[in-house]
Design a protein around this ligand. Structure first.
Ligand code: TYD
Ligand code: MG
Length: 454
């Protein structure tokens, strides 16, 4: 038998050299070159799936994308219908955010609808997954479970079961022993993902990969993982809140502007179809320091309460704390309020937050944040049925923000009575009265707070 040829491959970037070296010649990482067998060409070239001649572009048949609905409304919203057979979806999120919970629910929902689903748990034992599934009411007869970390075994399960959907939890724990390097290394993750993408296309199978994220929020493993898959979903949320947000960072079959919202409960993830109502549920009207912004996340309008507390301090450096709102934006607005609306904020601590575990960092929240600060400063509540929507400029001028009509429609739906807007903004829908201001000082006046020049 011919001796297996070996080379040295970098665990970080996958570059290979015929001779060992302490430092990778491609990415300069130290001590990452490890001996690995040379991959034969037959492994890395996809099996030819039949030659298809090139066609004039106008004659390409528009085979409508046949998405399989997942039955989980907020996920279907983000995916624009469901999982597409032959496609690969990567879902990333921090540990504990609820990826396995979501996918167990998705797998069960589809299995109950008659789809054969294989859930490959490469991190948890079958008992652990079974326990969770039991609690989630996910014991569907067509949901198959395998606890497997070796790629070859996963493929064998696919051969035997012929499912229409396979969930791999997670791609970092699946490995192919032939590659030599450790499970979770860049080479392993990349090669296993490549192989699964090929299998998805050949078998017309929808594949969902769970991906871990690193401390700085990026997906662990090579960037190439994001390039080879068709869809990248990001699942995140504040650890101390039940709210979870699902967004598409890349989607070959539709828009990336949709936002899916869930609430983590004892019975798993519950879709939140009416997010604005949820964010405003515990609001106490008539309290100073609170203002509602008609914000937008992707294409989804969200009404969020912003709160501010202005408190005099003896500290030489007053504290400015922002939670769920942009800290830089807060500092900027405080300076504008000080200079353009004569609010003496220099000797005060200012705390600002967005209620409900949501992040509102768009400029469209400027006016509401300024109103909340001014309201707390003057200890005067803002009318509870007032919603604000404008960007504030350095000169204190108000500017219109994108998609104002969508934002105002959401405010009208929730029963708000008036909207504080810049002059250029379109008219609000019936039921909502426009209060128009040119500057932040005029806006404070209209909201019944400190007037211009005060
Ligand atoms: P999990 O899906 O294991 O997260 P990931 O796979 O992203 O690491 O979710 C873990 C958290 O979710 C854990 O802290 C417990 C919580 N959880 C609930 O609150 N309710 C539930 O019904 C389930 C299954 C989990
Ligand atoms: Mg998990």
């Amino acid at each position: 038998m011919a001796k297996q040829r070996v080379e040295f491959r970098c665990d970080e970037c996958g570059a290979s050299t015929p001779r060992w070296s302490g430092r990778c010649p491609a990415c300069d990482a130290w001590n990452t070159m490890a001996e690995a067998p040379v991959l034969s060409l037959a492994r890395s070239i996809p099996a030819t799936v039949g030659f298809e001649p090139a066609t004039p572009i106008a004659e390409v048949e528009l085979d409508a994308v046949r998405a399989m609905p997942t039955g989980i409304s907020e996920l279907d919203r983000v995916l624009g219908g469901g999982f597409v057979p032959g496609s690969v979806t990567l879902i990333g999120g921090e540990p504990g955010v609820g990826k396995s919970t979501l996918l167990t629910q998705v797998a069960a929902s589809m299995a109950f609808a008659g789809v054969d689903v294989l859930y490959v748990s490469a991190e948890e034992s079958r008992q652990q997954v079974r326990l969770r599934a039991g609690r989630l009411g996910a014991l569907a007869p067509k949901l198959w479970l395998a606890s497997e970390t070796e790629l070859g075994q996963v493929l064998a399960h696919l051969d035997r079961l012929q499912p229409s959907l396979v969930v791999i939890d997670s791609i970092q724990t699946v490995h192919d022993p032939v590659l030599g390097s450790a499970p979770g290394s860049t080479v392993q993750v990349r090669e296993c993902a490549h192989r699964l993408v090929r299998e998805a296309k050949q078998r017309d199978l929808a594949v969902v990969l769970v991906g871990h994220v690193t401390k700085d929020g990026g997906l662990a493993g090579p960037r190439v993982l994001e390039h080879v898959v068709d869809t990248v979903l990001c699942f995140d949320g504040d650890r101390h809140h039940a709210l979870r947000l699902l967004r598409a960072a890349k989607h070959r079959f539709g828009s990336t502007a949709e936002l899916g919202l869930f609430e983590m409960t004892d019975a798993g993830l519950e879709p939140v179809p009416d997010a604005s109502a949820l964010f405003l549920a515990d609001r106490r009207p008539g309290v100073a320091g609170s203002a509602v912004v008609a914000a937008l996340d992707g294409d989804r309008p969200l009404l969020v309460e912003l709160q501010a507390l202005v408190a005099t301090t003896k500290l030489p450096m007053p504290r400015r704390t922002a939670q769920g709102v942009d800290g830089g934006r807060l500092a900027f607005l405080l300076a504008v309020l000080e200079r353009r609306a004569s609010l003496a904020l220099t000797g005060s601590d200012v705390f600002a937050l967005a209620v409900g575990g949501v992040r509102v960092i768009e400029p469209g929240a400027d006016l509401a944040l300024a109103l909340a600060v001014a309201s707390s400063f003057s200890d005067t509540p803002i009318p509870p049925d007032l919603v604000a929507c404008a960007e504030v400029g350095l000169g204190g001028e108000l500017r219109q923000v994108g998609q104002t009509p969508r934002r105002l429609a959401e405010a009208a739906r929730l029963g708000f009575g008036s909207a504080l807007l810049p002059h250029s903004a379109p008219d609000p829908p019936p039921g909502l009265r426009a209060l128009r201001a040119g500057t932040v000082a005029d806006a404070l006046d209209l909201a019944g707070l400190v007037g211009p020049g005060s």
